[in-house]
Every structure is written in structure tokens, then in C-alpha cells.
Design a protein around this ligand. Structure first.
Ligand code: NAI
Length: 218
């Protein structure tokens, strides 16, 4: 039987469930009802039940969810125990910040290589990894087979580089470059990150409170 596609909004809520459940674990909470989880997360209980039903339910109706078990199951769905190889291209201000502050391992990924076209970065180490020159990229990908690339390069360089990376086996892009990549292969996943959009959403809601119930109700 064909697998049922899970909608993007549901997928986008999964990391948030995982994060909240982690906080509940730290509070030593063992069980939680969908109503209480909904209250804490600013969602509705029916939304939570609908989301969880996409994955078979998880729950004991009326008895609440076991916090640790639920977190583990959602973590499994998110693949947090995987070790997907990640490379980061562009070790400038943003690239260094992402490499240093993002805990890739907690999210099922492992940062295994950093690359930059600036030869002056050749002797620099970021997040414990040497910054390789771009002429090492092909051999590195052939040997280490990374699956994901983080793009922290200027937008003008993004498309050409993405095409090259796809030919080297990259299947997913975490794209900070502010360029909408044109990729005709549905098996390649692109997650665009625009911090500016997030800030503008906040600014909109600051100016139009009456039109904006809550940014958390997503
Ligand atoms: P930066 O100039 O500090 O770093 C860019 C790095 O990319 C440099 O080290 C440069 O040598 C390298 N680079 C340039 N072309 C390359 C290529 N073809 N191959 C490999 N390396 C290459 O710039 P910064 O501040 O780190 O920003 C990087 C990009 O991220 C910019 O396009 C910026 O607009 C964007 N950005 C995106 C944000 C977002 O929310 N998506 C937030 C902040 C910046």
C-alpha cells in the first residue's frame, strides 16, 4: 500500500513537539494529556491529536501520553539518531556561526566538512574542522559521501554550486543563500532559511496586532 503523504505543516510542527517534550522531560514530567500539551504549545488539543494520528496516534486516549516515549517516537520519525553527513560551504560570518552554534548531532546530522573559496581561510579551523579549499570538494564527496549541504555563500554563487553538489551526491540543501534554487529533481530537498522573513513577520504583527492572533498558532 502506498504511504500516505504527510502535509508540510505537520512535518514543521514535529521538531517543535520534540523540543517541548524535551523540556517536559527536564521538568521530570512523566505523562501529559493532549489538552495540557496544547495549552503549553499554544495549539488546540484536536490539532495535536490530528497531527499524531498521521503517524498512527501514539496515544492512550484519556490516559495521556508518556512524555519520554512520545519524545522518543517523534525523535525516531525525525531521524535524530541518524548520522547524516553534512558539509557547509562558505565559512564567512554566517557559516562560522552556523557551524559553531548548531548542534548537528542532536538533530540526526554530523558536520563532516567545511569548504570556502577564499584561500586565506586555508589555515583556519571552524567548529573543530579545517576549512578546505573548493578544489578538495569532489574528492571529499566521493570519499565521505555527505548527503546534505549547508549553503552560506552569496546568492550569485548558489545555483552553480548546488548543481555541482547534486552531481556529487548531495540530496538536501539547508539554503541560507537568499537564492531560490531551481532544481527539477523532486528527490532533492531544499529547506530555505530566511531570518529576515521571520523578523518581518514579527514586525507585521507588531504593527497590526488586531490582524495577528498569535505567531505560535502554526
Ligand atoms: P561572508 O562574506 O562573511 O561569507 C561568505 C563566504 O562565502 C566567504 O568566506 C566567501 O569566501 C565564501 N564564498 C563565496 N563564494 C563562494 C563559492 N562560490 N564557493 C565557496 N565559498 C564561497 O557573508 P555572510 O555574512 O556569512 O553571508 C553569507 C550569505 O548568507 C550571504 O548571501 C547573506 O546574504 C546570507 N545571509 C542569509 C541569512 C539568512 O537568514 N538566510 C542571514 C544572514 C546572511
Amino acid at each position: 500500500m502506498a504511504k500516505q503523504a504527510i502535509s508540510t505543516p505537520v512535518i514543521r510542527r514535529l521538531p517543535r513537539y520534540y523540543r517541548f517534550l524535551g523540556e517536559l522531560e527536564l521538568e521530570k514530567m512523566e505523562r501529559i494529556s493532549s489538552k495540557e500539551l496544547a495549552r503549553r504549545m499554544g495549539l488546540s488539543a484536536s490539532q495535536i491529536r490530528q497531527d499524531f494520528n498521521c503517524f498512527g496516534g501514539f496515544g492512550q486516549q484519556g490516559y495521556g501520553y508518556n512524555v519520554s516515549e512520545l519524545r522518543e517516537k517523534i525523535g525516531f520519525i525525525l531521524g535524530v539518531n541518524e548520522k547524516t553527513g553534512v558539509i557547509l560551504i562558505g565559512a564567512g560570518n554566517l557559516g562560522k556561526a552556523v557551524a559553531t552554534h548548531m548542534d548537528f548531532r542532536k538533530r540526526g546530522c554530523e558536520l563532516i566538512g567545511i569548504f570556502d573559496s577564499n584561500p586565506e581561510l586555508g589555515s583556519v579551523t571552524v567548529a573543530g574542522l579545517p576549512v578546505h579549499s573548493m578544489d578538495k570538494l569532489t574528492a571529499f564527496c566521493e570519499q565521505s559521501k555527505p548527503q546534505v549541504a549547508v549553503l552560506c555563500i552569496p546568492k550569485g554563487a548558489a545555483q552553480e554550486l548546488a548543481d555541482q553538489l547534486i552531481s556529487l551526491g548531495i540530496r538536501g540543501f539547508w539554503n541560507f543563500s537568499h537564492f531560490d534554487l531551481r532544481i527539477n529533481n523532486p528527490q532533492i530537498i531544499v529547506e530555505n532559511v530566511h531570518l529576515g522573513d521571520s523578523l518581518m513577520t514579527l514586525a507585521y504583527c507588531m504593527h497590526r496586532e488586531d490582524e495577528c492572533s498569535s505567531l505560535q498558532d502554526e
